[in-house]
Design a protein. Structure first.
Length: 103
């Protein structure tokens, strides 16, 4: 009884990992479960308080959603942390410059 050591035969279908971003997002979607899939914030997403470009999306219990710029995210962070089911923080995009990944 040594059937455990038999390797599976090599199949003709070898999935090429070309679209790693898509795979990653699909995996994220599975992990978040019932919550609607989060999409990246765009220039069309504006802060609910001041109308500046939003960098933080706050998902509330139910289907509520709030958008904040970096300034108002900092201002309301304490209160939001208590009620939010998920906080999508993209404020890192503000500080990071292209080609500056080394530091
Ligand atoms: Zn704002």
């Amino acid at each position: 009884m040594d059937g455990l050591s038999a390797p599976p035969p090599p199949g003709p279908e070898d999935p090429a990992p070309e679209e790693t971003g898509t795979v990653h997002e699909a995996r994220r979607r599975l992990m978040t479960g019932a919550i609607a899939p989060t999409r990246p914030l765009t220039a069309l997403d504006l802060c609910d308080r001041c109308g500046a470009p939003a960098y933080v999306r706050v998902l509330l219990p139910g289907s509520g959603e709030l958008l904040f710029c970096a300034h108002h995210n900092r201002k309301h962070a304490d209160a939001l942390a208590k009620i939010a089911v998920e906080i999508q923080d993209e404020t890192g995009r503000l500080a990071s410059k292209p080609g500056d990944a080394a530091s």
